[in-house]
Design a protein around this ligand. Sequence first.
Ligand code: GDP
Length: 131
Amino acid sequence: GLKKKEVHVLCLGLDNSGKTTIINKLKPSNAQTQDIVPTIGFICLSQCLICQAKADTETSGNITTNIKHRRLPILFFANKMDLRDAISSVKVSQLLSLENIKDKPWHICASDALKGEGLQEGVDWLQDQIQ
Ligand code: GDP
């Protein structure tokens, strides 16, 4: 039958870039919050399980080691694409020199987390990577 696989996803980004909004939109609709409050520490999202974790040194040490040594896929969201002066995801990837990432699979999606646009494309890609 179908097996569920638990995965850990680390969500990083500038303050105010939309991380909480993105994670909230990825939750089942009955679990979504209407009021997004700023996050202290970081949010840990795993398939079907979303928990808020404190950024203690042991956890962040483990994560850094994993990122260094494993071929972890990296998904970028070029969020707030609805803003009038937003630049394209292609331009964002050029500005961040993403083509220099050769040792990990990566993907960039333009998104509008308020409307939830572009998020599914990113999650589909991530799911393909972790099969
Ligand atoms: P975080 O600090 O990265 O967790 O950012 P938040 O999720 O708290 O979002 C910061 C602000 O940006 C909030 O007011 C959100 O409503 C807004 N925001 C998030 N995503 C988008 C988006 O795609 N477009 C627009 N226009 N605003 C967004």
